[in-house]
Design a protein. Structure first.
Lengths: 749, 233
């Protein structure tokens, strides 16, 4: 008889393992949620996943516990004044009036009329319908606006934009893509007629030379960064990083061009200049696939590398090297992020990159391409679903009669019923929040009070709204202004699809019952739309009684041809990359193989326009904002998670040379001021940033970077200039810090 | 290019460059593995996958040795079975296998006894709970090296952990024995994902197994006070 070892009796055995798609970034990692008694205790990833090959980042593997956070709101809430039918009290401010455990409490600081009162769904929805319809019937379509949500599913977003367009007849529909890749989207639409990543992230190992610019991929798309590192270390690819910060990818790069924020156009145009002057142009490609070259060539003349060096601070010789490397590569590719698009000339920045691909023909083949790395898990999908003021689902312009007719037929509404007028963009919607402008705003899962530039201004606009609905998991900085709060289900509590950055449509699956009374977004929207339709009473009936999200997707796919062949059955195991024009089509990993959607690719003559606010004596630093590995955007999810323990405080990064000149040392509290606001936070003195540039992540409400940022907009894309504004930095006192007792001690920073 | 060789008396043809383990799996022949993982480079550390090759003096790790023409391989000869049993018995004598059901099943299959080496010194160490995401219980570590590999070139390129100590004292650790947050660790948990014995475990799973209720675990990260205690430690 051999002695036996017993298994530990305390081992947790899962009731079920649910495969789903991560709800953080655009990579779209495949997850397996291990659930015991409705509690997710572990997350793994299948090693055979084509997207992430079993690898995850800290957010995907550990950052789901916000689902169980006691502050999560799981019952509908309305303000007391609404419930008691009183007039709206004066002086709307940010009013949380809710306790740590999520239960409403009276708050002596505020008028009792503003208290949140827990209620049932019928009451909350009826109050919402009453107020939306009242405002709509009084002020018309232009008074209504909605923020869709790049975190929610395709189905949720499709429904929400349908609801606003079909019922309120307005195109005031937008979401955070406006604050993210709007510059890239507009540039790509102008140049090639399509606005998604042209190739697949996993093709990075096929690149010989690739440029990463304006993207801190290691922190913001960690799994794509792994593939980039693998491409360099195992496949001999050469990486060129063009970024004002010495991000971790620089350790793996052949060349790092540390440009000043907002000088992309001269740097990349100078690369184009070198490619032309040194006769490295792919003439076949330019002649056969593009147009507008001659005019472009003229505009390129002045962008000598020396001129670019003067503006950007990047040595001319490095610009030449980079240009030669990229142009002479067999397979060259460009990956970019917000550093390109979040500028008042974001469209021009992205065009400068697109020109490089045109000049060299590094597009339309596997392992090449123009690859904007989309931020949110479903920002690609939300854009595809028409959650934008200029487009119906499938990027069909709203001011095109044929398009409108198609959707009128699909939604069963009278001919000419849909608005042909372009709607307002995200930032414009709040800018129009005044008498005679936007009166009612519906926010699904967004947090403009963190994500908009110049938050002091945003705050004013929020108080000017007449009626605000927030549909979310937590009362965040924006929800605190709301009149009605509708508790939604998290990604683990609903079914649907997300479309990731490389256009892969993947399933999201229910692993848990929604907490408390929370409901999946699509169910809330169906319920709300049904009531709205009855109340508005046009006599037409669009479909709102969907049995399952799959039905919503197939309605959308019946008009949006990119998704025509996407069904839940086909993406059960592995997602499909759209365009999927029919049921037998295997998906499209690489776009533009034959031609561009607009026929020929179009060059655009560019000029250098400086950022709106340059450093001066009064504000001598350029502030650039960005994100951290451990946090997500406005922090609604990650600040309510153990991720917050890993990185609990905001910090500003400053170069040692600047720090010495200003008498600032590492860990010292500092006050950062701009023409628009000020915040106090700790300073990290590090060579990760360059001289004259300070960096602040924008996740932290207690030191919100967006109090400082400039709300100047790109004239075409309407994207704000988050990446550059002038600030001053002074030493501050320990007791001025919002949380003096919290400090990050992390080895990797 | 293909090679033809014999495995368990059967003539088989596989692609050139295939390991014996891959060839066996293609044939449906079961060779047990512990340290081997498809996503990491094979190292032949645990030796549980050894096979006997006719004419070769020593048993060969199937996860590394490539199939070659004319080879005659026995995957379950008496010598092989005895070696595997001994390996399992040595593992059982030095480490805590109570969280490794696959290995316990293997012990059953090979008739390995937990008390074969009663005098062996067990490797024991305290549970390391130094970060919000995962715990490290090296009493359960069999030194398969997968965690080190995925932290380095097999996935993450972060290089936060490595072997420390020599010989019997060898353990997985951080440089200068720093706590995880103070290293280059990005808390991705790739290491947790490949640990075969429960030595690395998500913090929440660990808390659940130590008897906490989900509701209790969910309030852990909500109070600033607790956070302060942690950061000051």
């Amino acid at each position: 008889m051999v002695a036996e070892i017993k298994l530990d009796p305390n081992r947790v055995i899962e009731d079920k393992v649910v495969t789903t798609t991560c709800s953080y970034c655009g990579v779209g990692c495949n997850l397996e949620l291990h659930v015991k008694d409705d509690f997710i205790f572990k997350v793994t990833s299948p090693f055979e996943s084509p997207v992430n090959k079993g690898n995850l980042c800290v957010k995907g593997r550990f950052g789901y516990d916000y689902i169980y956070h006691p502050k999560r709101v799981t019952t509908p809430l309305v303000r007391r004044y609404l419930l008691e039918g009183k007039p709206k009290p004066e002086g709307r401010e940010q009013v949380f009036a809710i306790s740590m455990d999520g239960k409403p409490i009276p708050n002596s600081q505020i008028s009792n009329d503003w208290d949140w009162v827990a209620t049932d769904w019928d009451t909350a929805l009826d109050i919402t319908v009453d107020n939306l319809v009242r405002i709509y019937q009084r002020d018309g379509s232009d008074a209504m606006a909605v923020y869709c949500c790049a975190k929610a599913t395709n189905e949720d977003n499709y429904l929400l934009q349908k609801m606003w367009r079909a019922l309120f007849r307005t195109n005031n529909v937008d979401h955070c893509t406006r604050l993210c890749h709007a510059g890239s989207v507009v540039a790509l639409q102008k140049a090639v007629g399509s606005s998604a990543m042209s190739n697949t992230a996993s093709q990075v190992i096929m690149n010989d030379v690739f440029i990463v610019t304006g993207s801190n991929t290691g922190e913001n798309h960690p799994i794509i960064a792994l593939q980039m590192k693998e491409a360099v270390q195992k496949y001999g690819a050469k990486m060129i990083v063009v970024d004002p910060r010495r991000i971790d990818l620089v350790d793996f790069a052949e060349l790092w061009l540390p440009l000043k924020p907002g000088t992309n156009v001269p740097v990349f145009s100078a690369m184009g200049h070198v490619i032309v002057k040194e006769e490295l142009v792919n003439w076949d490609f330019v002649k056969n696939r593009t147009q507008g070259f001659d005019e472009f060539l003229e505009s390129l003349e002045k962008f000598t590398p020396e001129y670019a060096e003067e503006i950007s601070g990047v040595p001319a010789e490095d610009i030449r090297k980079a240009a030669r490397m990229y142009a002479t590569a067999k397979n060259g590719a460009i990956y970019w992020g917000m550093g390109i698009s979040q500028l008042s000339h974001g469209t021009a920045s992205a065009l400068a990159l697109i020109h490089l691909a045109f000049l060299t023909g590094h597009i339309g083949r596997d392992g090449t391409g123009l690859n904007p790395l989309r931020g949110q898990n479903n920002v690609q999908g939300a854009s595809d679903m028409g959650a934008m003021p200029f487009h119906y689902p499938g990027y069909m312009r709203v001011d095109n009669e044929d398009n409108a007719r198609q959707w009128e037929a699909a939604w069963n509404i009278e001919a000419g019923g849909l608005s042909r007028k372009l709607g307002l963009t995200t930032t414009e919607i709040l800018g129009h929040a005044h008498e005679g402008g936007v009166r009612a705003l519906y926010i699904m899962g967004e947090n403009p009070m963190m994500s908009e530039p110049n938050l002091n201004e945003t705050r004013k606009h929020m108080t000017h709204l007449e009626f605000l609905v927030a549909q979310d998991l937590f009362i965040n900085e924006s929800g605190a202004f709301a009149d009605v709060f509708l508790p939604a289900a998290s990604f683990a509590e609903k079914d649907g699809t997300f479309t990731n950055t490389d256009r892969r449509v993947q399933r999201v699956r229910t692993a848990l019952a929604p907490r408390g009374l929370a409901r999946p977004d699509w169910k809330i929207l169906c319920d709300l739309a049904t009531r709205l339709e009855v109340r508005i009473g046009r006599g037409f009936t669009s479909k709102w009684d969907y049995e399952a999200p799959e039905e919503i997707l197939s309605e959308m796919a019946s008009v949006n041809k990119d998704y025509a062949g996407v069904t839940y059955e086909r993406i059960e195991k592995v997602g499909l990359q759209y365009p999927v024009p029919d049921m037998d089509h295997p998906g499209t990993p690489t776009l533009f193989k034959e031609d561009f959607p607009s026929g020929r690719g179009k060059f655009h003559a560019l000029d250098y326009v400086p950022v709106m606010e340059e450093a001066d004596d009064e504000y001598p630093f350029i502030l650039t904002t960005g994100r951290l590995l451990e946090h997500w955007h406005g922090g609604t999810m990650t600040r309510h998670s153990s991720l917050n323990e890993a990185y609990p405080e905001a910090r500003v990064e400053m170069h040692p040379a600047d720090a010495e000149m200003h008498g600032i040392t590492n860990n010292m509290p500092v006050r950062v001021t701009s023409r628009r606001g000020e915040i106090v936070l700790r300073c990290t003195v590090t060579e990760k940033t360059t001289v004259g540039v300070v960096f602040i992540p924008w996740h932290f409400h207690e030191a919100a970077a967006n109090l400082l940022t400039n709300d100047a907009l790109d004239p075409e894309a309407k994207i704000p200039e988050f990446k550059a504004c002038a600030v001053q930095v002074f030493p501050a006192m320990e007791n001025e810090l919002p949380n003096p007792d919290v400090e990050v001690r992390r080895g990797r920073y | 290019m293909t090679v033809t060789f014999q495995m368990d008396g059967k003539e088989i043809t596989v692609e050139d460059g295939m390991t014996l383990l891959e060839a066996a799996r293609e044939q449906g022949i079961d060779i047990p593995t512990i340290c081997f993982h498809e996503a990491t480079k094979a190292n032949g550390l645990c030796r549980i996958c050894v096979v006997e090759v006719e004419g070769w003096r020593l048993l060969q790790p199937a996860c590394i040795v490539k199939a070659a023409a004319e080879m005659k391989v026995q995957t379950r000869s008496e010598k092989v079975v005895r070696a595997r049993r001994t390996i399992l018995e040595m593992l059982a004598s030095t480490m805590d296998l109570s969280d490794a059901p696959e290995i316990l099943t293997m012990m059953d299959e090979y008739g390995a006894g937990a008390d074969r080496f009663p005098d062996a010194e067990r490797r024991e160490s305290e549970v390391k709970d130094d970060n919000p995401m995962y715990i490290r219980d090296y009493s359960k570590c069999l030194l398969c090296w997968r965690c080190v590999q995925v932290c380095a070139e097999d996935a993450q390129y972060t290089y936060a952990i490595n072997f420390e100590g020599r010989g019997y004292e060898t353990q997985i650790g951080t440089f200068f024995d720093k706590s995880i947050p103070e290293t280059t660790c990005v808390l991705c948990g790739q290491c947790v994902g490949v640990c075969p014995t429960g030595a690395l475990k998500p913090k929440r799973q660990f808390l659940l197994e130590s008897g906490m209720k989900p509701e209790e675990i969910s309030v852990l990260n909500t109070g600033r006070k607790r956070r302060k205690e942690k950061t000051n430690r």
